[in-house]
Design a protein around this ligand. Structure first.
Ligand SMILES: [Zn+2]
Ligand SMILES: [Zn+2]
Length: 374
């Protein structure tokens, strides 16, 4: 009989038969190790959860009273002889890569990651391994991020310009990750940062967890509209174009997403300004991160898996596509788009967003879960 792999891809998620635990499973299981608190990685219904300390309060907020064990980066937990340890993924606060070792064989599950230091998440750390399970949300060369300092210069200038022109500023980003990254990099000399309730709930969970964030003011029914219009409003994508947002008219609406790198993305989201800011690695980030692991084989879980696997195989890796249900939050494309394989040439491929699988467990679902808690 062939030797069992240390990690397997099952209908419920990534499974370690020797340790009898799953990593980011999407069906209810007894023992789940969670890379981070985004809805497509941290599902409800598991009996036991293991995650990083800094994911604790957001997981409670989103999933309710779960049985949760938390650890520090680098700390080891043993399960039936298998050593599990978490390393920073640089994706959002508390996000981790999961390192699994048994009898000298090492696997690393990246979860979602980015290699640029965003100034708020613990920076990504490459972990040596034999087998690396990687996302590749932005695994096409067209996705090349500028340093975030340039993006925030643009954002701060845009905000100043809006103040000058007497229009309110609304900036959209996901409630866990993007919202805090924006908050920590805004030029607060421009004015006050106001937050949509969904974002402020996440900020509060992180503050309960000991994270120091810049001051924010939650927008409530009592907020004075003219004051709010002189600050900047951080709102989730689900609020775009809603009556809630329209009450701040006239405003300029900015959207932060990696998808803003491609033509048409801004128009499709009816945004006035698109800022190319992502919590996922760009093409170069993915290639450098994979290379730094020194791994023999790579398993690609979500994103442009086919294209990226071909590329990696071409440069000497043993790369495979695997089917998972990951791909939510900013990974989700809000409208159906042609499948990569349906496109004829690279130019066309470079101008589309990936069809995002059958399911897109995005922000709204995450917030719906979160909304179950007071
Ligand atoms: Zn994520
Ligand atoms: Zn994800």
């Amino acid at each position: 009989m062939a030797k069992k792999q240390l990690l397997e891809f099952t209908d419920s998620g990534i499974y370690c038969p020797q340790g009898r635990f799953y990593i980011d499973p999407w069906k209810p299981v007894d023992d789940a190790v969670i890379t981070h608190a985004h809805a497509d990685h941290a599902y409800m219904g598991h009996k036991h959860y293991l995650a990083h300390h800094l994911s604790r309060e957001v997981l409670f907020y989103r999933l309710g009273e779960i049985q949760l064990q938390t650890v520090e980066y680098g700390e080891t937990v043993m399960k039936n002889g298998v050593a599990i340890s978490l390393y920073p993924a640089g994706h959002v606060i508390g996000s981790a890569q999961i390192r699994v070792e048994y009898k000298g064989e090492v696997w690393v599950v990246s979860g979602d990651y980015k290699v640029e230091d965003d100034g708020i998440s613990t920076p990504f750390e490459p972990v040596r391994c034999h087998h690396f399970i990687s996302e590749c949300t932005f695994g096409m060369p067209v996705y090349t991020w500028k340093p975030q300092v340039q993006i925030f210069d643009d954002i701060n200038n845009w905000w100043r310009g809006n103040l000058h022109n007497g229009v309110a500023t609304v900036l959209v980003g996901y409630s866990l990750g993007k919202a805090q990254r924006i908050l920590q990099n805004l030029d607060l000399f421009n004015g006050t940062v106001y937050t949509h309730g969904v974002i402020e709930n996440t900020n509060e969970a992180l503050r309960r967890n000991g994270v120091i964030l810049n001051p924010t003011e939650r927008i409530t029914a009592d907020s004075v509209k003219e004051d709010v219009r002189k600050g900047i409003i951080i709102a989730p994508p689900s609020s775009a174009g809603t009556p809630w947002m329209r009450k701040f008219q006239p405003y300029s609406f900015g959207y932060c997403s990696g998808w803003m790198a491609i033509r048409g993305a801004k128009r499709r989201r009816a945004a006035d300004r698109g800022f190319v800011l992502s919590d996922h690695a760009d093409w170069n980030g993915l290639v450098s991160a994979i290379d730094a692991t020194g791994c023999q084989s790579v398993y690609l879980t979500h994103g442009y898996t086919a294209t990226f696997a071909r590329y990696l195989n071409g440069i000497g890796f043993d790369a495979h596509e695997v089917h998972t249900l990951y791909g939510g939050e900013e990974e989700a494309s809000p409208q159906p788009s042609p499948k990569e394989s349906e496109l004829e040439n690279q130019d066309e491929r470079n101008n589309i967003e990936p069809a995002n699988k059958a399911l897109s467990f995005g922000e709204d679902l995450g917030e719906a879960f979160g909304g179950l808690n007071p």
